[in-house]
Write a protein that binds this ligand. Sequence first.
Ligand SMILES: [Zn+2]
Ligand SMILES: [Zn+2]
Length: 372
Amino acid sequence: MSRDLSTINSLAAVLVNPGKPLELRHIPVPKVGSRNVLIKTSVTGVCGTYVHYWKGDVRLPYPVILGHESIGCISELGDGIKTDSIGNQVAKGDRVFWVSSLPCGKCYYCMVEKDLTACMNRKSYGNLWCCDEFPYLVGGYSEYVYLSEGASFIKLPESLDDREAIAFGCGGPSITKAVEWAGGIGQGDKVVVQGSGPVGLYAILLAKISGASDIISIGGPSHRLQVAKKLGATLTIDIFEKRDPGERIKQVLEVTEGRGADFCVEATGFVGAFSEGIEMTRTNGTYLVVGLYSNVGNASIDPSKIVRKNMRIVGSKFWEPRHLYKMMHMINQVKNEFPIKDIVSHTFDLPHATEAIEAVEKVETVKAILKP
Ligand SMILES: [Zn+2]
Ligand SMILES: [Zn+2]
């Protein structure tokens, strides 16, 4: 692998100190080796976890170029790479969605369990990779991203445009994997989705397409709940209006014939949602916890409820390339039935990356993206 620097620089927004504005830096682009790919970033999402990264709730190997959900065009392709990660022929100029996670392929979870999401030595673009280390361009908040050997990327279907593909960000593949992990949503299921950010919105769309009969979206503010309705929510409960969890639980029980949800998805990022979700899930039901990744804390529950309700509580983190593939092709199939493109509510450029994160923190956005 060559480590010579070519003459191009890439403008990048870098998280150097939590709580401080992202710094703009010009970073030299390394020369592309035979097993590497250089991508010119077209769009990159502002994930809800960046609010936590930015505040310092999760420690990262600073300085870090954020951006773990990104689409771009192949600018340089190593001569050893002929296809994307699922076997499609690729050439310079092709649009691809690259996968942030880089598993080691050698640990117990990679080799015995065959679960790349549980890799013990995982590197991750956009968060767990210091940009002072080779190959430097290791996050989507940069004009160029350098894919190391083994990094996955998938060619976009031609008929799927960038805004549609990025609309749910990492929430799309995360929910695709999580719902699969939990055994799937069934026909006629009554589904509760806690949280109406991109993760929750994709759970609503997936429930709708899976044939759920009732989809109750609990979240806010109202502009997000309006989108939830367009994606298939049959009832919305605005947490800014109905502030008492007891009232929300009562309403869910009323519309689920007194039992609660067959399948409940936590996509809030608020620890307090956990005990509420337990109450909203019916006997023999499934409670899927996805959103509480960066939000550490203790929730108070009576564990006997889990026993007496025969409950399945399933946690899920990350996703594999196949989940991204499934999500992209599903969206491509339904994009004319649902207003996928409109989910992208805010677009920023790199110099305004900090403002983008602030807009997500204030819940002004449905989905914010950057165009480097
Ligand atoms: Zn994310
Ligand atoms: Zn591994």
